[in-house]
Design a protein around this ligand. Structure first.
Ligand code: MCN
Ligand code: CUN
Length: 796
């Protein structure tokens, strides 16, 4: 009889184990960057540019130096003497650390002050006198590429204009041919506005350079500590082994904490110059106007269709506004991230995508915000286009999707842009969703309501996301191949410590990684502690973003546990005095095949590794695994929303929302649901209320939390989640796919499609997000599309 442990009881795969990290968070015992205080620590504040584009005539810091308590005033000119006025970005561009020649966006870093406390530093910033000569500002790609446009990056040689790249992918000839054969051609043009990740905790760092040991320790808010260590080694020209990056608890990352920001660099230089710890904690508005924005992309596409609803081809063009510096963190090979994952879940025979990136006088933009490198834009356009095409064909949007989905028997499926989809059950997810929302019933209600002048709408959106960047053949950042790692040390009593190269920011790795170990080894999850974020102790890894942790680091956790199990099996054979071939494994225990009662637990093997190993065996029970994934994992989801729109005011309310997510095997179902709810909340905020844009002078409009609204429980609708569709990833050791971003990626189009469905018949094809009441009202009243692209009037 089997004596295997009950996997759910020990907190293994599939257990909705409570998040262990929450013990400290809900008691206020988290250890965030700003919680850290070091002896002799000074404080740094940044002076930012009030103008979007201006030549710097002079910077006079004398009054700041005179303020008691000021230790250092840094300017671009001083940085330049150390070759630190500019730094490389993660996309092979350069970015100003402190401005020297010009300021290029409102909020750009111009100088910084280090003082005894942050208030003195702030006052001293205000005492710095900067003389500017204003230049015309550019706030969109059309202005950037217009004749006679001022060249923003005149600091660069070989940069005669504002174009960063022209990129294309797909089959142009095949696509052109399909368009010639089309019965119907459907077109859509839209702007996906800037949005900002706005984590609750802002960015910050404490640099601590110790002259005696030559060691630099930096405590900082980073999602990718090892990449930062490499960047610091290169930028500050310090030896890598003398740099320790510690990423303590993080109060939300959402992609905002991947880039390298000037504040980090300045605090490091200040600490080296002053030989004292220097703390920089960004304020909320600094974070909102100057750190990595997402999206800001103009998408223009058309779809070739056959009368019966079959998609023949897709043609797309993207204009991406990157702001003043091209600082996206994304795989080097792909200039516009994974935008070409668009239409992956549909069987599209031919497709062609062109993309152009341009500079503008805005803060760097285009970083991923809860999406795998521009997948949000890709899926948003896809699902908006699908809705428009179905309407043009006069076809039911659910039926149109069903007709064109990649079928279950088509996996692995090669998309027209070259990705290989691993697995999925797309039609089944849609059926579950339609049933849950009561599709047919709602359509009846909708028709009846219309007769009474009430506008009801239903929006569908699907998404599939390429998660787990990536295999080292194709994916690298600045030449560093993308893979990840895990190190597992089993102590002699069978308790363990696991470290990975990922860095949790709220996702719950401390809970879920232990569950993978429990699944592989039968050690109770509570016996495994998980540590991430310290480059002196964690194995090298590429960090947490693009929902890559489960697909890559999570896989490494499985693999390292399996290495441990292989050694434990040899120990078991020794303890049981049989040969290894006669040993069987069940959860938590090895036993003799011919005598199942004779067995040893994994804990007994652990102590034997320290006390009773066979001759010739290396003692100890620890190992490391580096995992280079063979492919990306492709979760799938269907989101359905019903809304009611008030034609008098343009206000819309969500009646119901259903989410069907298939992320393969769920390690911790409760955490997965939390991830989905968080993502849907952000999707709702983007679609409904988050407004941040620029006026003609490049002023950031909506640059405060009165205008840029973060959703609270008050506004957020309820969500009904479904988990009955599970398609394991065939190449992941435990069949798991990523989930962290899916709902934020796929959610927005569901809301927009629902509002547009409610006002069907007005001829309106598009309203740009956010769907603020005035925009919806304008669309209904004047029966035209409403664009939200900048510039806007300052009084809007
Ligand atoms: N998980 C699981 N079963 C699966 C997949 C995931 O139980 N099949 C669990 C994982 O073990 C992990 C969590 O769900 O605890 C998310 O896993 P994964 O999808 O691998 O994503 P990452 O851990 O790589 O997290 C990154 C992702 C990104 S890129 C953004 S942006 C985002 C997100 O996670 N930022 C977040 N979710 C966030 N959640 C919080 N609370 N805070 C953030 O900053
Ligand atoms: Cu895509 S935002 Mo997350 O990758 O940190």
């Amino acid at each position: 009889m089997s004596q295997a442990l009950d996997e759910i009881k020990i907190g293994g795969l599939g257990a909705s184990r409570k998040r262990v990290e929450d013990d400290r968070f809900i008691r206020g015992k988290g250890n965030y960057t700003d919680d850290i205080t070091l002896p002799g620590m000074l404080h740094m504040e940044i002076l930012r540019s009030p103008l979007a584009h201006a030549r710097i005539k002079s910077v006079d810091t004398s009054k700041a130096w005179d303020i008691p308590g000021v230790h250092l005033v840094l300017t671009g000119e001083m940085m330049a003497t150390r070759n630190l006025a500019w730094m490389p970005t993660l996309s092979y561009d350069t970015q100003a650390v402190l401005a020297t020649d010009k300021v290029r966006f409102q909020g750009q870093e111009v100088a910084c002050v280090v003082a005894d406390d942050p208030y003195i530093a702030k006052d001293a910033c205000e005492a710095i006198e900067v003389e500017y000569e204003p230049l015309p500002a550019i706030v969109n790609p059309a202005q950037a590429t217009a004749d006679g446009a001022p060249v923003i990056r005149d600091d660069k040689v070989n940069q005669p204009d504002n174009v960063i790249y022209d990129w294309e992918v797909g089959d142009k000839a095949g696509t052109d041919l399909a368009f010639e054969q089309a019965d119907v051609i459907s077109r859509l043009k839209l702007h996906y506005p800037r949005s900002h990740p706005s984590p609750i905790e802002c960015c910050g760092s404490i640099a601590d350079f110790n002259r005696a040991t030559s060691k630099l320790t930096v405590y900082m808010t980073t999602q990718a500590p090892h990449i930062i260590r490499a960047a610091v080694a290169l930028v500050a020209e310090l030896p890598e082994h003398m740099i320790r990056i510690v990423s303590p608890d993080i109060g939300g990352g959402f992609g905002n904490k991947v880039p390298v920001y000037p504040g980090y660099v300045c605090s490091i230089l200040a600490s080296i110059l002053l030989e004292r710890p220097v703390k920089w904690i960004e304020d909320k508005s600094g974070n909102l106007i100057s750190t990595g924005f997402a999206r800001d992309i103009y998408l223009d596409g058309e779809m070739a269709l056959r009368k019966d609803g079959k998609i023949l081809a897709v043609r797309m063009h993207a204009d991406a506004d990157h702001g003043a510096f091209f600082s996206d963190a994304q795989p080097s090979k792909f200039k516009i991230g994974l935008l070409h994952s668009t239409f992956a879940c549909y069987d599209v025979p031919a497709a062609h995508l062109t993309a152009r990136g341009t500079y503008s006088n805005k803060a760097p933009g285009g970083v991923a915000y809860r999406c795998s490198f521009r997948v949000t834009e890709a899926m948003f356009f896809q699902e908006r286009m699908i809705a428009a095409a179905a309407a043009d064909l006069g076809m039911d949007p659910a039926e149109f999707r069903r007709t064109n989905f990649v079928r279950d028997d088509q996996f692995p499926h090669r998309t027209p842009f070259g990705f290989l989809l691993d697995s999925g059950q797309y039609a089944k997810c849609l059926e579950v969703g339609l049933k849950a929302i009561g599709y047919d019933d709602f359509r009846r209600q909708q028709a009846e309501a219309r007769k009474r002048g009430k506008l009801l709408g239903l929006g569908i959106s699907t998404m599939t996301e390429p998660l787990g960047a990536g295999n080292s053949r194709e994916y690298d950042i600045l030449g560093i191949k993308m893979f990840d790692s895990a190190e597992l040390k089993i102590h002699m009593t069978g308790k363990a410590i696991l470290r990975t190269g990922a860095r949790t920011q709220g996702q719950g790795h401390e809970t879920t990684w232990a569950q993978i170990v429990a699944h592989e080894l039968g050690l109770p999850a509570e016996d495994v502690i998980v540590e991430e974020g310290d480059t002196d102790t964690a194995p090298f890894g590429m960090g947490t973003y693009a929902s890559r942790s489960t697909p890559v680091a999570g896989a490494a956790v499985s693999m390292v546990a399996r290495k441990i199990r292989a050694k434990a099996r040899r120990l078991a054979a020794h303890l049981l005095e049989v040969s290894e071939e006669d040993i069987e494994w069940e959860l938590g225990r090895f036993y003799v095949r011919s005598a199942p009662d004779r067995g040893v637990t994994i804990q007994e093997c652990a102590i034997a590794a320290y006390s009773n190993m066979p001759d010739g065996m290396e003692p100890g029970l620890e190992n490391t695994a580096y995992y280079d994934p063979p492919n990306l994992t492709w979760p799938f989801a269907v989101y359905l929303v019903t809304v009611e729109v008030d034609p008098e005011t343009g206000v819309w309310d969500v009646l119901n929302m259903v989410a069907v997510d298939d992320c393969g095997v769920r390690i911790n179902p409760m955490i997965v649901e939390g991830q989905i709810m968080g993502g849907l909340t952000e999707a709702y905020a983007m679609a409904n209320m988050q407004f941040i844009t620029f006026d003609a002078d490049g002023n950031c409009v909506g640059s405060n939390y009165m205008d840029y609204l973060l959703p609270t429980a008050w506004e957020t609708p309820g969500f009904e989640l479904h988990s009955e569709v599970v398609t394991p990833s065939p190449h992941h050791p435990i069949g798991a796919k990523g989930i962290g971003e899916c709902a934020a990626v796929g959610g927005p189009a569901a809301f927009v499609n629902a509002v547009l469905d409610a006002i069907a018949g007005t001829g309106v094809r598009n309203i740009d997000m956010p769907l603020l009441p005035d925009r919806v009202w304008e669309a209904i009243t004047y029966r035209h599309d409403v664009s939200g692209a900048p510039p806007v009037r300052s009084d809007d």
